[in-house]
Design a protein around this ligand. Structure first.
Ligand SMILES: [Zn+2]
Length: 314
């Protein structure tokens, strides 16, 4: 029995033990897509790219009348179990390890699956603010460079404020005023036809990014095989892996931009913005802007918009 199921796995077939429960999105054979559920699954990955979470997806699936394998309504936990199953990116896993490419059509590409998975692990701080962990601190240091650390939220005189996460806490700006300025900028940007066209078109250099990713992955494999001392191992591999992560982020950001562009075909920027949750707005901002917040020059001057630098992300 064991040898038989290992053989099935290595051939990329679903395990027979699982066949008693139909996987969401597939027929009982675990291979054939069930169209309505498969569409819901693919939409769920798009929603996660745009910043949605499992609670929202569970609600959406329940409203659409979908039920889990036990004919029960979906919960956030059950949805995450489905989303993080490697079968969705067309892989057969066993004991937490991927053992083969599956014979069935994937619901999501591997890069998207990995990027949103990594993102979900690093979302340690709940996103309550619009720009926390997105904008960086623009305080100019003694050597003339900007601080560059991400900002978080705290309070100043009883009001919510962005603060630099650096050791000296050299930045405090009221969140409501900065948020209003950034929102205005993003809405004006999204309303521009040329920007909408560029968003929809995606990234022309995407093929080059994929080629570079393939080269880096090949190098990663070689280094894994040749590096002997464990200390060097990390030193050689860490920068390669960091670069891989960055390129993968870029690929998924391109997809996010396309999704935003598509939404702006049927809605005005303001309508779209009003319909987005704070999680989604954060993703949108990150996709179109690079924001640096510096201190208001001398105390007690009115709000200084110039001290918040917003650059379009290409
Ligand atoms: Zn700083």
């Amino acid at each position: 029995m064991k040898a038989a199921s290992r053989d099935r796995r290595e051939r990329g077939l679903p395990s027979t033990a699982r066949l008693r429960l139909r996987p969401f999105g597939y027929e009982l054979d675990g291979i054939t897509h069930r169209p309505a559920e498969a569409a819901a699954l693919r939409e769920a990955y798009d929603a996660l790219i745009v910043g949605s979470d499992f609670v929202e997806i569970a609600n959406r699936w329940n409203r659409a009348g979908f039920r889990n394998a036990f004919e029960q309504p979906w919960t956030a936990g059950a949805v995450s179990g489905v989303i993080w199953n490697p079968r969705q990116m067309g892989k057969v896993a066993y004991g937490g390890r991927i053992v083969a490419d599956a014979v069935w059509e994937p619901m999501v590409d591997e890069i998207t699956w990995r990027v949103i998975r990594a993102r979900s692990k690093h979302r340690a701080i709940p996103a309550r603010s619009l720009l926390g962990h997105i904008a960086t601190c623009g305080k100019v240091l003694e050597d003339g460079t900007a601080c560059g650390r991400v900002v978080s939220t705290g309070r100043q005189n009883g009001r919510p404020a962005y603060r630099c996460l650096g050791p000296t806490q050299h930045l405090t700006r009221r969140t409501d005023l900065v948020d209003a300025q950034v929102t205005k900028w993003v809405l004006a940007r999204l309303a521009r036809p040329s920007v909408q066209t560029r968003l929809t078109e995606g990234d022309r250099a995407l093929a080059a990014t994929h080629a570079q990713l393939a080269r880096l992955r090949a190098r990663e494999l070689v280094e894994e095989g040749t590096a002997v001392p464990p200390a060097d191992f990390g030193e050689v591999l860490a920068p390669i892996r960091a670069e891989i992560r960055e390129l993968e982020e870029r690929v998924v950001r391109t997809r996010l931009r396309t999704l935003i562009g598509r939404q702006l075909v049927s809605q005005t920027a303001t309508e779209a913005w009003d319909g987005w949750s704070i999680l989604e707005r954060r993703q949108v901002i990150g996709a179109v802007a690079v924001i640096t917040i510096a201190s208001n020059p001398p105390a007690r001057t009115p709000y200084c918009a110039k001290a918040v630098k917003i650059l379009p992300r290409r």
